[in-house]
Design a protein around this ligand. Structure first.
Ligand code: SF4
Length: 344
């Protein structure tokens, strides 16, 4: 029988057979800095290595490598108000809450997520005032934490305040909720999302075993309501760093009407080195998937530059300079090389 409560302590992890008793001391040390939480939905499939590794803490998290950072993508360097990041001219990131339904062991915001509750009203007012005073802001990206961990009432109130800013045309939610806590996708929540500006939902999903029947039902409820669905995935060693795993994941998402959008290279968050592949490994995986998967299944592989300079597509590259002016050498999906000359 599925238990209804979340797993939040090392003692529970051991009692539920998700961690060995001899690891208790090290895991208690990890838990002092990085919070633990698995929903019943994810605990039910945590027997799979690709799930357990994402949510069950490990002693490797105590190892901080010299290149790892507290704020790996520079959220704070571009923050004009608490909870707000304004890195690109036309969009802002608003951390509406620091609470999540699960705490992912590789999270790039692991230094900030985990406190309870929504952004305080004074901070939220300051953030929305910044958005209102900048007419170039076209899109508000709600993240955190997980914005769909807020109640439908709070979400509706927040969307109403954003809707009152006429130049904001799109609100994007970045969330794990439809997959890790699908029971939260209720009629009340869906009603809250049916507003102007247009709401997009970007589902964070890393392994095909996350796509349970209940997750599929939750995604169907959202797509039936007309909410466009995208997915972002983090490339993680030991979770999804094999072409067949990524293939099953991307096919599974597309079959559930969710478009894979970004495959993120794992950021330089503290204590996450055991998850990080090399860029060359990521490029080789993307190259292996090209041709094997329909183009609609393929996300863009991106690196978020440390320090806050933004996301950059990192390949693989299929073009090289040819011998003559205007000539290119183009590699096809099977490795064949072809000459292409620009007209004129
Ligand atoms: S749900 Fe998102 S924000 Fe929360 S811990 Fe996981 S990756 Fe981080």
């Amino acid at each position: 029988m599925t238990q209804s409560h979340a797993t939040t302590t090392v003692a529970q992890l051991i009692a539920e057979g998700l961690a060995p008793p001899e690891a208790q001391a090290a895991l208690e040390q990890v838990a002092e800095t990085f919070r633990i939480r698995l929903t019943p939905q994810m605990r039910a499939v945590a027997g799979a290595e690709g799930i357990a590794r994402q949510f069950v803490p490990g002693a490797e998290e105590l190892v901080v490598r010299p290149e790892e950072l507290a704020d790996p993508i520079g959220d704070h360097a571009f923050s004009p108000a608490p909870g707000l990041t304004h890195r690109y001219p036309d969009r802002v990131i608003l951390a509406a809450t620091q609470t999540c339904e699960v705490y992912c062991r590789f999270c790039f915001r692991r230094e900030t997520v985990g406190s309870d509750g929504a952004l305080p009203e004074a901070d939220l007012a300051q953030a929305l005032d910044h958005v209102a005073r900048h007419p170039e802001i076209w899109e508000v990206i709600l993240t955190g934490g997980d914005p769909l961990s807020l109640s439908p009432r709070r979400i509706a109130a927040l969307l109403a305040r954003i809707a009152a800013i006429p130049h904001v045309q799109v609100v994007r939610f970045h969330t794990r909720v439809p997959v890790v806590a699908p029971e939260r996708i209720t009629p009340a929540l869906i009603e809250a999302l049916e507003v102007r500006p247009a709401v997009y939902v970007v589902v964070h999903c890393n392994h095909p075993d996350e796509l349970t029947e209940a997750a599929g039902d939750a995604l169907r409820r959202l797509s039936r309501a007309g909410v466009p669905l995208l997915a972002q995935t983090v490339l993680l060693r030991g979770v999804n760093d094999r072409a067949e795993v990524l293939e099953a994941l991307f096919r599974g998402l597309i079959a559930r009407r969710v478009k894979p959008y970004y495959l993120h290279h794992c950021d330089l968050a503290k204590g996450t080195g055991h998850f990080r592949t090399t860029l060359a490994e990521g490029q080789a995986l993307m190259a292996a998937l090209r041709g094997r998967l329909s183009g609609i299944c393929l996300p863009t592989y991106v690196l978020d530059l440390p320090g806050g300079a933004g996301k950059v597509p990192v390949g693989p590259n299929y073009l090289a300079p040819g011998d003559a002016a205007g000539e290119h050498l183009v590699t096809d999906w099977q490795g064949g090389v072809h000459r292409y000359r620009d007209p004129g």
